[in-house]
Design a protein around this ligand. Structure first.
Ligand code: COA
Length: 328
């Protein structure tokens, strides 16, 4: 058994929202946003473009690179906080649109940690049963619909998009792509980053809509602190587990939430900027899509070759966090 990443893909919507555009919506400015977050612009999905539409666009590229059709997939996982519907799950809808049928499909809710959590879930399935020959993992988010466009603390941070990867279990004896992984959650900190209403705790009413309770609420400074500590800890654990030193890493792909979080984590790990993948300036925080988009850009941009060691790490609502070491 040898499990590897056979293909990657990504998609961002056409419409770009710049910091200058945001200056017209809230009391903010380009300089504040760039220096405090590293973000210059983000992509915003069209009104008629849902989570599954972006998921399908990213998945098509990943399937093409893997050289397989959707009918060969035995599992599809979509990581998202903005599914098309509460049910049916977005994974089933995406598989249908891709032309597949019958695969094990589910959505995974781990906010910004969703993409690497889904890679871990797919990998675990493939290790358990040989029937999972090809698994498609997608992170797709339309965060623009859960953004409070009158709250300058949060509306400058997020963007829409999707990233995808196909995992293949080749029958050959050989190395696995995922060398080590470490995942955690702490629900006692759930209120730091939450979408308060719309679930069974606080169902949708006219009052919850008027109070903006269907949009992202975040305690930025506290979240920042936990993000740095949690990602650094998880990264150190996977490196230690795999017996790999930071100098051996070709690339670190951190979740793109804030350039200062990325820099703090990479400095603590002793990895210089040149080996840290960063595209936050153009996309902002795309939550579950962010690492998938980065991975695809790193592969297509020639920054990752087969056999390179790459460290993925993420942090998000839950709180959830984790790290994963790949031999690409
Ligand atoms: N434009 C201008 N000023 C802004 C602003 C904006 N868009 N947003 C906040 N400010 C102001 C604040 O009101 C505050 O003003 P005050 O001192 O007069 O009250 C000041 O800037 C500093 O706010 P603070 O929240 O301390 O800023 P910060 O340096 O912590 O940056 C975040 C704010 C949100 C960028 C930062 O905390 C962060 O990135 N947190 C983690 C977010 C994250 O990663 N979330 C997702 C995890 S997956």
């Amino acid at each position: 058994m040898s499990i590897r990443i056979a293909g990657t893909g990504s998609y961002v919507p056409e419409k770009i929202l710049t910091n200058a555009d945001l200056e017209k919506l809230v009391d903010t400015n380009d300089e504040w946003i760039k220096t405090r977050t590293g973000i210059a612009e983000r992509h915003i999905a069209a009104d008629d473009e849902a989570c599954s539409d972006m998921a399908v666009a990213a998945a098509r590229q990943a399937l093409d690179m893997a050289g397989i059709s959707a009918s060969e997939l035995s599992a599809v996982i979509v990581a998202t906080t903005t599914p098309d519907h509460i049910f049916p799950n977005t994974a089933s809808l995406a598989l249908d649109r891709l032309g597949g049928k019958g695969a094990f499909c589910f959505d995974l809710s781990a906010a910004c940690s969703g993409f690497i959590s889904s890679l871990e879930a797919a990998y675990a399935l493939m290790c358990t049963r040989s029937q999972y020959r090809y698994a498609l993992v997608i992170g797709s988010e339309k965060l623009s619909i859960i953004t409070n466009w009158s709250d300058r603390n949060t509306c400058v941070l997020f963007g829409d998009g999707a990233g995808a990867a196909v995992l293949e279990n080749t029958a050959d004896a050989g190395p696995n792509t995922i060398l080590a992984a470490d995942f955690h959650a702490d629900g006692s900190l759930g209120s730091l980053l939450t979408l308060p209403a719309g679930g069974s705790r606080q169902p949708a009413t006219a009052a919850t809509v008027a109070a903006h309770l269907h949009t992202i609420h975040m305690e930025g400074r506290e979240t920042f602190k936990h993000a740095v500590n949690a990602m650094t800890g998880a990264c150190r654990t996977v490196l230690e587990t795999a017996g790999v030193r930071a100098e051996q890493l070709k690339l670190v792909i951190p979740h793109q939430a804030n350039i200062r979080i990325i820099q703090a984590v990479s400095q603590r790990l002793g990895v210089e900027d040149a080996r840290v993948f960063c595209n936050i300036a153009h996309y902002g925080n795309t939550s579950a899509a962010s690492i998938g988009i980065c991975l695809d850009e790193a592969v297509r941009g020639g920054r990752l070759e087969r056999g390179d060691l790459v460290l993925l790490t993420s942090f998000g609502s839950g709180l959830t966090w984790g790290a994963m070491l790949l031999k690409y």
